[in-house]
Design a protein around this ligand. Structure first.
Ligand SMILES: [Zn+2]
Length: 442
């Protein structure tokens, strides 16, 4: 029984092959990181060679620690003409034992990543002696004091091979870790068993025909359901996805920021999802979903200069809206519409601190003045609340000069602002288009 040495080929100053915006060194380090995780999870003894060591120093480093029975593997990515594909493992020529070791590793890899083994092409390139390489020898196979193999996981200059590695690195790592453990003669401890069981899904009050899964107490739903809900996951790596039985599932509670409420009925083992319709999205009273950073980014994506004059504006919108229970996503988007993303340029001037056209008339009056930004925002929020709710103002005084002119609660939805707040017949649709853009829905 021996310990394992794992090395990512090349080092921080030597990238190895370079292709498609990545490097062999980087891809091997990422793969090695996953292998290390796997070895740690299985609690076997191993050493991971530091990334700042050249090949010569890598060999010295291993030899300074190695004991009889240990094994050493170095990971590489191949490069040739862009079309060659597959995996191959090199061993010292003339050593039959080592040939079997190389075959053991390849066999484990091909079992876990069968895509490397395409029929009709020389893909599973197999175990090869190091004398078949361009220099006729490989230092890693010859100078490491213990059993050593060099593996070319795939061709990093071939697009399909590279994306196979990048998209299924976990499978490469699992296979290599398994092979290393077997090769070293250690016994891995299978990591904690994951509990997976099927669950029912109810979505917007109907039973969905496919099942979800419960993984260690967390509900996951199939990704095609998420697509049907028109939730774009492309730019949201924080939404957890797992693959189980050939299907990709998404963690249900991670969908909450997309206006999905998530509940659980333990009696029928059903995860209950409700996507708020446009009606609910349009409710002026409620919570905002965006973070302060998202509001900042949204504003600056439309006007780079927007925050120069009012750097704290998004933060104050959140604070003032929360005091009165107004949905700040809506208030903020209305501000964006009214001020053309703080460019102003209409009758209202920036120095008025009037962010919602209060008191301004098309082609006429310039509108209200407020002494500072916060008061202007407070007036906006109070005016929205006047329209959307009959509840009293939580934080007096009332600074909105037109608060008492509004029939309280007449417009609980954004739709109701059209023809009241502004004469533009598309007023509500313009605000809601911005809200959807803010939420990343379009
Ligand atoms: Zn290499």
């Amino acid at each position: 029984m021996g310990r394992i040495f794992i090395s990512a080929g090349h080092d921080l100053s030597d990238p190895g092959a370079v292709a498609f915006g990545t490097t062999e060194a980087k891809e091997m380090m990422l793969t090695r990181d996953l292998i290390v995780k796997e070895l740690e999870a299985q609690r076997v003894e191993f050493y991971s060679v530091p990334d700042d060591l050249s090949l010569k120093r890598t060999i010295e480093w291993i030899n300074s620690k190695a004991k009889k029975g240990d094994v050493a593997l170095e990971l590489h990515g191949n490069a040739f003409n862009g079309s060659a594909r597959g995996t191959e493992a090199f061993y010292i020529a003339g050593n039959e034992r080592r040939k079997q070791d190389a075959e053991l590793i390849l066999k484990a890899l091909l079992a876990e990543v069968p895509e490397l083994n395409l029929r009709g092409r020389v893909l599973s390139r197999g175990a090869k002696t190091d004398t078949t390489t361009p220099h006729g020898r490989l230092a890693f196979c010859r100078q490491v004091a213990v059993a050593s193999i060099l593996i070319e996981l795939c061709f990093v200059d071939n697009r399909e091979d590279l994306s196979l590695l990048q998209n299924h690195r976990d499978r490469f790592a699992k296979a290599i870790a398994k092979a290393l453990i077997e090769w070293s003669g250690q016994k891995g401890q299978t990591p904690e068993v994951t509990q997976v069981s099927p669950i029912n899904i109810r979505i917007n009050n109907y039973e969905y025909e496919e099942k979800g899964i419960l993984v260690n107490g967390n509900s996951f739903i199939p990704i095609d359901l998420v697509e049907q809900l028109e939730i774009p996951l492309v730019n949201h790596p924080e939404v957890r996805q797992i693959r189980y039985g050939g299907i990709v599932y998404v963690k249900a509670v991670d969908l909450q920021p997309f206006n999905v409420s998530v509940g659980w009925d333990s009696g029928t083992r059903t995860v209950i999802l409700n996507r708020k319709g446009n009606g609910e999205l349009e409710e002026i009273m409620g919570f905002g979903n965006a973070s302060e950073v998202q509001l900042n980014t949204f504003l600056e994506s439309q006007n780079e200069e927007a925050l120069a004059r009012f750097p704290l504006l998004p933060k104050v919108y959140i604070e003032e809206a929360q005091i009165e229970g107004v949905n700040y996503d809506i208030a903020f988007c209305q501000m964006c519409l009214e001020t053309n993303f703080l460019r102003f340029g209409g009758q209202v001037k920036p120095e008025q601190n009037n962010f919602c056209g209060l008191g301004a008339v098309d082609g006429g009056a310039a509108g209200a003045f407020f002494p500072d930004m916060r008061t202007g925002i407070k007036a906006h929020i109070q005016h929205l609340k006047a329209y959307a709710s009959t509840d009293p103002i939580n934080k007096m005084p009332i600074v909105d000069p037109r608060f008492h002119l509004v029939r309280r609660g007449i417009a609980p939805l954004v739709k109701g602002l059209t023809g009241r707040w502004a004469s533009d017949r598309l007023y509500d649709q313009k605000i809601m288009a911005l809200v959807r853009r803010l939420h990343g829905i379009v």
